[in-house]
Design a protein around this ligand. Structure first.
Ligand code: GDP
Length: 296
């Protein structure tokens, strides 16, 4: 599961702190040096690490820590609070349009888990008694449309397709009209991914964005790619104004760098995480729960 390395490193550091009745400034500095290394090893962006350590240190050498009978615990609380802040503080919920349908544009590189996550998102919405429509706008990857259809069938969600000869912009437009006619209150648009970010991909996304006028633009990124996921998020965000990130493959990410850096680097919150290939409901991301999990 995620964060194994980071969790055991931090437990080690805090184990030492907990045992002490009083903390000197040097104790705190030593602990922070180790936390810094642990975060860097977890592939957290170096600037994010630097700011994080500065914030924790500032509080950890403060009066409350020195006055406390359990100073180690106070430091752990500070780290917990700052980790939570780093990941966005509070849970960022999915947008909801006042005038349904709520339109969600799913973007991301090929293989990130976009189509799978679209299915999971539909399943999550259906669990809450919504009626999502999946719209197949990935006309380039040969199996993508079929994959979405099979996925939709599996969970009982309708899938709107127009094959691979119509432009994604037209499919999006027709998909929206279809949703309005059929009373679907959410529209999930699965767009094409590329192996790398390129101008053609962005231009097409911008056009689909323009006709769909989405309430949410969710970028799907693969947690296992660490800082690369953060770079991808930054590039997309600079061109498309993302409203949230879906962090996939957290089940295979042992380091956790993407989860800890995405919000701080891009300003875009992680809204959901995915932890497997099976089509389960997408899991909302809770910064505080994740922080507690990291601390073990
Ligand atoms: P897309 O190209 O972005 O649409 O990616 P797909 O949805 O086709 O996913 C690519 C591969 O990643 C597939 O084999 C999925 O089963 C797998 N996948 C997607 N999400 C997850 C996840 O959260 N965990 C794991 N382990 N695999 C995932």
């Amino acid at each position: 599961m995620a964060f194994e390395g980071l969790t055991s490193r931090l437990q080690n550091v805090f184990g030492k702190l907990r045992g002490k009745g009083k903390l000197s400034e040097e104790d705190v500095n030593e602990a922070m040096r180790e936390v810094r290394l642990a975060l860097l090893e977890a592939d957290v962006n170096f600037k994010v690490v630097k700011d994080f350590i500065a914030k924790v240190k500032e509080q950890a050498v403060g009066a409350e820590v020195t006055k406390s009978f359990t100073p180690g615990m106070v430091v752990i609380d500070i780290v917990n609070k700052e980790l939570t802040e780093l990941m966005g503080g509070t849970q960022s919920k999915l947008a909801k349009s006042n005038r349904p349908p709520t339109v969600i544009l799913m973007a991301g590189l090929q293989g990130a888990g976009k189509t799978t996550s679209s299915g999971k998102l539909a399943k999550m919405l259906m669990k809450d008694k919504h009626r999502p429509l999946l719209v197949a706008c990935d006309i380039y990857r040969p199996a993508a449309i079929k994959q979405l259809q099979v996925l939709g069938e599996g969970i009982g969600a309708p899938v709107f397709t127009m094959g691979d000869k119509t432009s994604p912009v037209e499919i999006a437009r027709a998909g929206l009209a279809h949703a309005k006619e059929h009373g679907n209150d959410y529209v999930i648009i699965d767009t094409a991914g590329r192996l790398h970010i390129d101008e053609a991909l962005m231009e097409e996304l911008r056009q689909v964005h323009e006709v769909a006028n989405p309430d949410e633009v969710l970028l799907v990124v693969d947690a296992m790619t660490g800082q690369e996921a953060v770079n991808v998020a930054q590039s997309f965000h600079s061109q498309l104004e993302l409203t949230g990130v879906v962090l996939t493959k957290l089940d295979g990410d042992t380091r956790g760098g993407a989860a800890l850096s995405v919000k701080a680097v891009t300003g875009t919150p992680i809204k959901f995480v995915a932890t497997g290939e099976k089509i389960e409901p997408l899991e909302p991301f809770h910064p505080s729960r994740m922080a507690s999990r990291i601390l073990g």
